[in-house]
Design a protein around this ligand. Structure first.
Ligand code: IFM
Length: 498
């Protein structure tokens, strides 16, 4: 008989094999993610460090996601938040799409818990994703800054839409994505209504947006704008499946008891969605009551009283006009093509004056919008804050663990901020700009099975298809056909501030 230790030896993976597999895995990551900031080697090294950390934190096999602190510390007890989809997934989608898929499969796997959570919150149908969780069950202790953040449903839907634009992975949509989209979309009509006092506009009351210094408000701009996007996408996916994959649609609709009139209701709610706008200031108020509150005296607050949440009662903070983190500004970034540049520029200036950035999720978002409206000096400062949040221990709490959202956000500052990458009708569109401090910025990304190398110089941008079939991209308004081994050049447009 074979002694037990011999059985173990026969089945054990030698360390050398594990090493080789890990090396190949990392090579695959860097092949689609390498980057260089020319003239700023320390900044380059910082972002490379940051994205490596996000990769390390990412779950495998659809059973886990990215904890707020990765596996680097005990802060937030290993919980996942919306951070994973909004700040971590974009990097993975562009470098290791199968990891991005795994994160979304994890949300599908926890749908039953999200359904249970919706019932706990009084909703008859659909799923409400837990604000903070590991297993899928809601672990928030304090609901005003926890379960009230219904925007997490729209954030996960947004990530699904983004992942689909990046990959066109219809198997994922059929097996997992569509069910998540439909179940989570069903919550909006249950918490919103067509308000006769606002000309029948669809209003969503008593929720908390991303900014945790303002809680339980009516018509949080970010929530409404993202819910509109969610309802619109769920409607489109439902109709596309009915037309192109009726069996898939029927299977999902039967499983969750979805009726066509609900889908029609999604369209009506999206079309009538109320988005607060203040004509006099020309800005989007964060919610219905935000502008009526007394402004917090930020410059008069002693430095040792920040972060505010550790020194003031939440009710004191909630009574004031003060933001912990980007909220409306984030909507302007994620849904950028829906808003005019001048509106974005005014929103950015307004919210800069009332935001204390006590959350590390904030600087990167302000940085992206600053790039997009041509305020490159500020964009560079915000970028550096996001990039060095842990390497410089800028919030004095890196000991509790690294801040995954800011690490992923520093990469987004480069790709979605300075390079201006977003997807318009499924096509990658770049609007590159370069801050004066840098000689150039180059990075690689994966898009629909291709690897694209982008270099932004002071005067010229270059796009090169490193691998994969030809692809049409857009540089500002100009369509460019990328072909294997060809480099295409275009002018770097120095944007005037909007
Ligand atoms: O999800 C975030 C939240 O937006 C701000 N507080 C910290 C959480 C975890 O990073």
């Amino acid at each position: 008989m074979t002694p037990p230790y011999m059985i173990w030896r026969r089945h054990a993976t030698p360390a050398s094999t594990g090493y080789a597999r890990n090396k190949a895995d990392l090579a695959q990551f860097w092949e689609g993610a390498d980057l260089e900031i020319e003239g700023a080697p320390v900044d380059s090294a910082a972002v490379r460090f940051n994205i490596f950390q996000v990769l390390q934190a990412a779950g495998r096999g659809g059973k886990t996601s990215i904890c707020a602190k990765g596996q680097t510390g005990e802060g937030y007890e290993g919980h996942y938040f919306w951070d994973a989809e909004i700040f971590g997934l974009p990097l993975l989608g562009h470098s290791r799409p199968e990891r991005a898929r795994d994160m979304l499969v994890y949300r599908h796997r926890s749908l039953e818990d999200s359904r249970r959570h919706a019932r706990e919150m009084g909703h008859e149908r659909g799923a409400l994703i837990a604000w903070r969780t590991i297993s899928g069950r809601e672990c928030s202790a304090y609901f005003p800054a926890g379960s009230a953040q219904y925007h997490i449903n729209a954030d996960v839907a947004f990530a699904i839409e983004h992942y689909m634009a990046l990959t066109g992975d219809s198997a994922f949509l059929h097996d997992h994505g569509a069910e998540i989209l439909f179940e989570t979309a069903r919550i909006w009509p249950q918490i919103g209504f067509f308000n006769p006092r606002k000309d029948g506009a669809f209003c969503i009351h008593c929720v908390t947006g991303p900014d945790e210094y303002t809680a339980l408000v009516n018509n949080n701009f970010y929530t409404n704008a993202m819910a509109r996007q969610h309802l619109d996408y769920a409607y489109q996916v439902a109709h596309a499946l009915m037309a192109d994959a009726p069996d898939v649609f029927a299977r999902i609709a039967n499983a969750i008891g979805l009726h066509e009139d609900e889908i029609t209701e999604w369209r009506r709610a999206a079309d009538a969605m109320y988005l607060p706008y203040d004509e006099a200031l020309g800005i989007h108020p964060q919610d219905d009551s935000f502008l009526d509150k007394k402004r917090w005296d930020i410059s008069g607050t002693p430095k040792d009283k920040f972060p505010l949440l550790l020194h003031y009662h939440p009710l004191t903070i909630y009574r004031h006009q003060v933001c912990k983190q980007a909220d409306t500004v984030l909507a302007m970034v994620l849904l950028g093509d829906q808003f005019a540049p001048a509106d974005k520029a005014r929103d950015l200036r307004y919210y800069e004056d009332v935001t204390v950035h006590d959350s590390t999720l904030s600087a990167c978002v302000f940085g992206m919008l600053a790039s997009q409206v041509g305020r490159l000096e500020q964009a560079h400062e915000y970028f550096r804050h996001a990039a060095f949040v842990d390497l410089g221990d800028l919030h004095k709490n890196t000991g509790h663990g690294l801040h995954m959202a800011s690490l992923g956000g520093s990469w987004m500052c480069l790709v979605n901020g300075f390079a201006g990458l977003r997807f318009v009708e499924g096509r990658p569109v770049f609007s590159p700009v370069l801050p004066d401090q840098w000689q150039g910025l180059s990075f690689r990304i994966r898009v629909r099975g291709r690897i694209i190398l982008v270099r932004i110089g002071k005067n010229r941008c270059r796009y090169r298809l490193i691998s994969g079939a030809p692809l049409t991209i857009q540089h500002h308004d100009q369509p460019l056909e990328l072909k294997p081994d060809e480099t295409i050049e275009a002018a770097t447009l120095g944007k005037e501030p909007a």
